[in-house]
Design a protein around this ligand. Structure first.
Ligand SMILES: Cc1cc2nc3c(=O)[nH]c(=O)nc-3n(C[C@H](O)[C@H](O)[C@H](O)COP(=O)(O)OP(=O)(O)OC[C@H]3O[C@@H](n4cnc5c(N)ncnc54)[C@H](O)[C@@H]3O)c2cc1C
Length: 745
């Protein structure tokens, strides 16, 4: 019976799978093998086990980590003048560099035994988050040595000798690292790089040594212009067979001191007016010994795998931290500004149009902060979730863009006029950098999140593909034969779950015990996990390899997975915080916005599905009623906006970690004015009751004369009027345009 099945069913199916499923290139395979699946696999199982996520607990910092954030990080933020760095000097001052080195900011992730701080991913992320609320340039400068680059690669793959030599020097800043992957021709398509090494003998320290002659031209390399050690990726060839049979040895990564003969460090790029060091470098016939390969000769050709492994975790920290910091800063400052800035004699944040945008910022900050906390917690626990990291990179940076755009619109002229008082403009300029680096977002969204997620998270698919690719056909049939019944059962369950929850709009879906106010959202996430799993199964079976070319279908299914991830982290955070009543507006706004996006993306998949019949069928099976979750109501948006415009525990919890400025700077002036405005509401109301709506020294005098307010209240309100007047100022420059004097008249 089983032989007959293999011959007539499993064998032909294996051939069909070979034809239908996407062929995997070598680089894709290595990317796919790097890292692991985690909560993403639960979301794509159709029935997530919430205990796995919720029992992980909230992120925690050790006393030492907390002291570092309250000490050196706070001090660093106080030292930073981002205007001076970005526009006057176009570089970070020496004393800041010295402080960064002295306090081991470049060794946050390097273990203590090598002289680093040995901090957890959560601490690392919190440090970058806080710095990024003060200066993107300094945040990037701290971020790069602690993320994908020599330090991380050495820790994971270096030889003992390399670790002993380099890690202490990297930790205290004697060595400044950079990592060169991108070249002129090869940007997103790193595999097309033309940077090469050829195995040969050469002279090293006066002796004939086996090594490589390397030629490269890299650009956009962060810290490149000041780096002392360059992590270099190139393709290695062995035409003379000095290492063995193979001529094409593949991607290799070596550490090259930048003072090596033949290495040229180019002049600086100026990325979106940010002042972190960035520039090109190139090498002409640079001879490097085999021992400079990270991990030594045995890591010849393993470069891609090494990079992908580092990315699997690293992408979940650096740019998500920077984005979360930016979004939280936007939430705190925009709420404050919308409260103190009055037009038509009322705070601008009380206008409905502004309220909606404020609520959007609050919702984004809440979701990003939640997802960031959950992701770093997973990294603390040793997970290396590659798909989750890609989701975080793309959606945190997109979230930052949305939050900053809204913050700019609400601040209007105040954020447009550049100068030291402007705390938003430079973040606005930096957003495209975050979107482009570490895998540009369009590519990440279109190709990676769902492209890799669907295959990696699927309980059987990857094994089936491996079976199909097995050169031993009989062994392939054998393996597939074992997988098929399980896969069939999975499909039946997936179909039943997807249709049931689809038709009943999730009202019978389960929610973890004690869900309380959040129970309805758990049910919706369970519902859409079931629907996404069904849509994934149908898409993979019907489109197979074509799915790779149908980037928009893949991107939208990836958006659904991404939203399910972000929203499940939001629910976890709400629970970890003790489900505070005051945070409900944030939760409601964020969950409704995210679920609405889930539904929109699914409907767009169905509408554009290449097999029209299947598109209609999926629509009918899983979303017969169309949209069933609406975005937050105007009332909910108002509650969310109000939360940003009044001092409260919820507001402080949401914006924890934002640096609140030095006395007298732009952030501090708005903070101070905000506190005073909120504290003087009672006195202000008395003026309003007397028909005086505008606040100025004249109207305060009038209120005093008409005995609407007491002398103390008048003093208080004068202080408020002065504080607001100071806070709404923008910069003007004596010397701007001195070369243009009289021109254009
Ligand atoms: C400020 C800055 C710092 C950087 N630092 C470093 C560094 O330290 N080290 C380093 O090696 N590199 C660095 N980079 C390079 C960065 O990784 C690349 O810019 C990035 O990979 C994109 O390459 P590209 O700019 O050439 O864009 P391109 O590859 O030309 O892409 C252009 C657009 O096409 C999209 N695209 C490309 N292929 C696809 C596809 N198949 N499907 C859908 N969309 C696609 C991309 O998403 C992008 O939107 C840095 C870049 C910048 C701007």
């Amino acid at each position: 019976m089983s032989d007959l099945r293999k011959r007539w069913l499993t064998g032909p199916l294996l051939n069909l799978i070979k034809k239908v499923l996407p062929p995997i290139s070598e680089t894709e395979r290595e990317a796919m093998e790097a890292g692991e699946v985690w909560w993403d696999a639960q979301l794509l199982s159709g029935k997530p086990d919430w205990d796995q996520l919720l029992n992980m607990g909230p992120p925690q910092l050790t006393d030492e980590e907390q002291a570092f954030i309250g000490g050196p990080v706070e001090k660093l933020c106080q030292m930073i003048d981002d205007w001076q760095i970005s526009f006057e000097d176009r570089c970070i001052p020496d004393e800041v560099w010295a402080f960064l080195k002295q306090e081991r900011f470049f060794g946050i992730i390097i273990p203590k035994e090598y002289g680093g701080l040995g901090f957890s991913p959560t601490a690392h992320a919190d440090i970058v988050t806080k710095i990024s609320t003060r200066s993107t340039s300094v945040a990037v400068t701290v971020m790069v040595p602690n993320s994908l680059g020599p330090g991380e690669l050495l820790m994971a793959h270096g030889t003992d000798e390399q670790k002993k030599h380099y890690l202490p020097r990297l930790a205290d800043g004697r060595e400044i690292p950079c990592f060169g992957l991108t070249g002129v021709e090869a940007g997103s398509d790193a595999a097309s790089m033309t940077d090469t090494g050829v195995v040969c003998y050469g002279d090293y320290k006066g002796e004939k040594t086996l090594g490589m002659r390397v030629n490269w031209h890299k650009r956009y390399i962060t810290l490149g212009p000041v780096a002392t050690i360059l992590g270099l990726a190139f393709k290695l060839y062995d035409p003379d067979h000095l290492l063995g049979e193979r001529e094409e040895l593949g991607f290799t990564v070596a550490l090259v001191p930048t003072d090596t003969a033949g290495v040229t460090i180019g002049q600086r790029h100026l990325p979106a007016m940010q002042a972190f060091q960035n520039g090109p470098n190139w090498g002409k016939d640079v001879f490097i010994p085999m021992e400079w390969i990270i991990g030594g000769q045995e890591n010849v050709g393993r470069g891609w795998h090494m990079l992908m492994s580092a990315l699997a975790a690293g992408r979940g920290i650096s740019l998500p931290s920077l984005s979360t910091g930016g979004a939280k800063m936007a939430a705190r400052m925009t709420g404050a500004y919308a409260r103190i800035r009055e037009q038509f004699s009322i705070p601008i944040g009380r206008f409905e149009g502004v309220q909606r945008r404020l609520a959007e910022i609050a919702g984004i900050a809440y979701v990003l902060d939640s997802a960031h906390k959950t992701t770093t917690r997973a990294l603390d626990k040793g997970h290396k979730p590659a798909v989750v990291s890609a989701i975080m990179k793309a959606h945190a940076t997109y979230g930052l863009r949305d939050a900053i755009n809204d913050a700019m619109d609400i601040h209007a002229g105040k954020a447009i006029m550049d100068g030291p008082l402007n705390y938003l403009g430079n973040v606005y300029r930096a957003v495209p950098v975050a979107i482009t680096v570490e895998g540009a977002n369009i590519l990440t969204r279109s190709l990676m999140i769902f492209g890799q997620g669907a295959i990696r998270c699927h309980p059987y698919l990857l094994d089936e593909m491996m079976a199909a690719e097995n050169p031993d056909a009989e062994a392939g049939v054998e393996a597939l034969d074992k997988l098929l019944p399980k896969h069939l059962l999975f499909q039946i369950k997936t179909l039943l779950r997807g249709v049931f929850h689809g038709w009943t709009v999730g009202i019978f879906a389960s929610s973890p015990k004690g869900g309380g106010h959040a129970a309805k959202y758990y049910r919706q996430l369970n519902r859409y996990s079931a629907v996404l799993t069904l849509a994934t199964e149908i898409s993979l079976m019907s489109l197979g390899g074509e799915l790779k070319r149908k980037e928009l279908i893949s991107a939208r299914l990836g958006d659904v997975l991404s939203q399910l991830y972000l929203l499940s982290c939001t629910l976890k955070r709400f629970k970890d915080d003790g489900a505070p009543e005051g945070d409900r507006p944030l939760l409601d706004f964020a969950m409704r916005a995210g679920l609405h996006k889930v539904e929109t993306s699914l409907l767009e998949v169905y509408q554009n599905f290449p097999r029209r019949f299947l598109g209609h069928l999926m629509h009918f099976l899983t979303m017969p009623w169309g949209h069933s979750v609406h975005t937050a109501s105007d009332r909910q948006a108002r509650e969310c906006a109000e939360l940003l415009m009044k001092p409260s525990e919820s507001r402080d919890r949401l914006t924890k970690g934002v640096f609140l400025g030095n006395p007298g700077d732009g952030v501090d002036l708005v903070e101070q004015a905000f506190r005073k405005v909120c504290a003087s509401e009672a006195a202000r109301d008395k003026l309003k009751k007397g028909g005086i709506r505008l606040l100025s020294h004249d109207t305060i005098k009038e209120g005093l004369e008409r005995k609407l307010i007491s002398d103390e209240e008048a003093d208080e309100l004068r202080d408020v009027a002065d504080a607001v007047y100071m806070a709404i100022q923008v910069d003007h420059f004596d010397d701007l345009g001195s070369k243009c004097a009289g021109k254009g008249k």
